[in-house]
Design a protein around this ligand. Structure first.
Ligand SMILES: C[S@@+](CC[C@H](N)C(=O)[O-])C[C@H]1O[C@@H](n2cnc3c(N)ncnc32)[C@H](O)[C@@H]1O
Length: 294
């Protein structure tokens, strides 16, 4: 298994897609290519998409290494792009009708564990970047510099569900009046100064980073557009499979499957079992929902 990212609910995702030999599937979040590989191994043809150039390179490397017999361009294609543009990407690649589409939302382990990518509070001198696509858009540092206290509060409270959002937003505005908040340790000093018990700090730090990441990448907006794209691209009887890691994402997915042109296959979301959780802590908030196109 690649150390880049361990695919969550790997077997369940592939089963849910109901892979048929020679049929086409879109993996909208290729990451390290773990799920894409699973589709190819079952005889499916994959168009993998990722906004992150490092993920695109790794997914290609992984597929070439593990399935050298699979032909690039015929059995699989991995392209860089944002899944909010999935309809355009699919049309440009000649993939207008597919049997299934997968979204495995959020962040890869590689992104979290690579200091320079600035996705984690664990590296004190790391920049606060948080962009999936490092070639476009504003960084977390830029949001911390530019947004008003009320906007920062909204982000921390909504996307981080952080109880001390007000105190932290206030702390950011106060700190940046002295010097810009550029690195993880600068942001962590603000979290610590907001008067929390030491044991609470890692949880709060994770929620603050999650909130900023969702805002930086407009993850809710991208998901809305990506799901709209799935309506256009998935054939009748085809599957929409979504792995989410945040309650707001799960709510949006559930809403789409209830009100869109879908039959909800999973009445309740599937979650990782104790064995998977003991091997992969990062799977702990995963929820898998599956729908079939009407
Ligand atoms: C959890 S990982 C996917 C892991 C992958 N399923 C695997 O098995 O290795 C999520 C990936 O989605 C990508 N991503 C997040 N939002 C995206 C978006 N709007 N468009 C394209 N890729 C996105 C991230 O860069 C990351 O590589």
């Amino acid at each position: 298994m690649s150390t880049f990212h361990t695919p969550v609910l790997a077997k369940e995702v592939i089963d849910a897609l109901g892979i048929r030999r020679g049929k086409r599937y879109i993996d909208a979040t290729a990451g390290g290519g773990g799920h894409a590989l699973g589709i190819v191994e079952q005889g499916g043809i994959v168009l993998g998409i990722d906004a992150d150039a490092d993920a695109v390179a790794e997914a290609r490397r992984n597929l070439r290494r593990v399935r050298p017999e699979a032909e690039e361009g015929k059995d699989w294609i991995i392209v860089k792009g944002n899944f909010r543009n999935v309809v355009t990407i699919a049309k440009d690649t000649g993939w207008e009708n597919v049997e299934g589409m997968l979204f495995d939302l959020g962040v890869s382990s590689f992104e979290l564990d690579t200091k320079e990518r600035g996705f984690s509070y664990r590296f004190p001198d790391a920049p606060i970047d948080l962009r999936f696509d490092r070639t476009s858009g504003e960084t977390g540092e830029s949001l911390l510099r530019r947004l008003s206290e009320d906007d920062l509060y909204e982000i921390l409270a909504t996307y981080g569900e952080e109880q001390s959002a007000r105190r932290i937003a206030h702390g950011i505005v106060r700190a940046r009046s002295v010097r810009p908040v550029k690195t993880a340790d600068g942001l962590m000093a603000i979290v610590k100064d907001a008067g929390h018990h030491i044991a609470e700090i890692p949880g709060i730090a994770a929620r603050v980073y999650q909130a900023l990441r969702i805002a930086v990448n407009d993850e809710m907006g991208a998901l809305r557009e990506g799901l709209e794209g799935s309506r256009v691209l998935v054939k009748r009887g085809g599957r929409l499979v979504v792995l989410s890691f945040h309650s707001l994402e799960d709510r949006m997915v559930k809403q789409e499957m209830r009100t869109g042109p879908w039959h909800m296959v999973t009445k309740k979301p599937l979650t990782p079992n104790a064995r998977e959780l003991s091997q992969n802590r990062r799977a702990r908030s995963a929820k898998l929902r599956v729908a079939e196109k009407l």
